[in-house]
Design a protein around this ligand. Structure first.
Ligand code: AMP
Ligand code: MG
Length: 339
């Protein structure tokens, strides 16, 4: 009797052990057997975009992520004929119907305008056109034209009717989401990868880098922060998982005149390129927010930028001033290796 009970006990223990071994084995099979890897590069939103992923069908996931970025570009570019932003800009002072998606990104942009007393301002479109950055018509605009363009700038003039889902801007004002849309596109691409079962991935879009999980070998992603004056050098390396890094720099789009650099990040209060710093890198979880913040802090400059980021939970910054001094916010100090 005693022996029988002992035998049943041993059989039960062995049974459970065997079952557990089978579960572990199946899990391992799932992990190794069906895992694929893919990496592709395309030119989207005026930048080289590279997406790397590993997952059950990495190639399909990467293709879907690129398709999503193209869709976002078609909605938010003001240079494409039928985009939502073009329709708002051509609204000539009338209410224009928009989707929830457009409304949400406009609201996010306006949030950063409020947070920075207008250092971030999507109504800078006319000013950007006047300076001609990124075109063959780059030049210092005449003062009278600058004054005219400045008169069309002011985020408070963007009206949003949430219940009717309509947006209205004054006739003459042009909105430009260049300071936030790329980050949003990267967030969207990341969500597509995640929905397709990608547990390890990376999206590189110009100055924006987003990571999913750790690298396929299990170690953290090591992301370089671009040196603002030496195109092949880095100022530091940040170790990250499931985080994003976005940089705004005066070296991205600029021209020189009489030894002075004129670049594409404009102080909406003066109409001239912001001068206090030369690069701002933001670290955090959402790329749209990091993108808006990098432009915002670039315009605010070192002291006001420091104050903003140190009071903002979830986001960190690396700021390089005109002398090349590198400042790192307190929450990132332990995670960045300065070179
Ligand atoms: P980023 O490279 O993210 O700093 O964005 C720069 C782009 O944002 C420019 O090319 C413009 O399209 C737009 N932009 C420039 N100045 C501002 C500003 N003060 N607020 C919002 N967007 C801006
Ligand atoms: Mg930006």
């Amino acid at each position: 009797m005693k022996n029988k009970r002992a035998l049943i006990y041993i059989a039960a223990v062995l049974g459970i052990a065997a079952l557990m071994a089978v579960v572990v084995w199946i899990k391992q099979l799932q992990r190794t057997g069906t895992e694929t890897q893919a990496a592709k590069t395309e030119f989207i939103m005026d930048t080289v975009v590279e997406i790397r992923a590993s997952g059950p069908d990495a190639e399909a996931a990467v293709d879907a992520a690129f398709a999503e970025m193209s869709r976002v570009e078609k909605v938010f570019s003001r240079h494409l004929k039928d985009s939502a932003i073009t329709r708002i800009n051509q609204g000539s002072g009338q209410w224009v119907p928009v989707t929830d998606e457009v409304m949400a990104l406009l609201e996010k942009a306006l949030h950063y305008s409020e947070l920075s007393s207008g250092a971030f301002d999507i109504t800078v479109g006319r000013l950007i056109d006047l300076w001609g950055f990124g075109t063959d018509k780059q030049k210092i605009p005449p003062e009278t034209e600058l004054a005219q363009a400045l008169a069309t700038v002011g985020y408070r003039s963007v009206e949003i009717d949430k219940s009717a889902k309509m947006v209205r801007i004054p006739s003459g004002t042009i909105i430009d989401l260049g300071g936030i849309a790329k980050g949003y596109a990267v967030d969207q691409a990341r969500k597509v990868l995640e929905a397709k079962g990608v547990k390890s991935g990376m999206i590189y879009a110009g100055g924006d880098i987003t990571t999913i999980g750790a690298k396929p070998d299990g170690s953290s992603w090591r992301v370089g922060v671009q040196h603002p004056r030496e195109s092949t050098a880095l100022i530091g390396i940040v170790e990250m998982e499931n985080k994003t890094i976005v940089t705004s720099g005066d070296y991205e789009r600029y021209f020189m005149d009489n030894g002075i650099r004129y670049h594409h990040i404009i102080d909406p209060h003066t109409g001239y390129p912001a001068r206090d710093v030369i690069s701002v890198t933001i670290y955090g979880s959402e790329a749209a927010d990091a993108d808006a913040l990098s432009t915002t802090i670039f315009v605010l400059g070192l002291e006001r930028g420091k104050a903003l980021i140190e009071n903002l939970p979830g986001y960190e910054a690396v700021i390089v001033d005109q002398e090349g001094n590198v400042w790192v916010s307190s929450g990132l100090a332990g995670q960045i290796t300065l070179l």
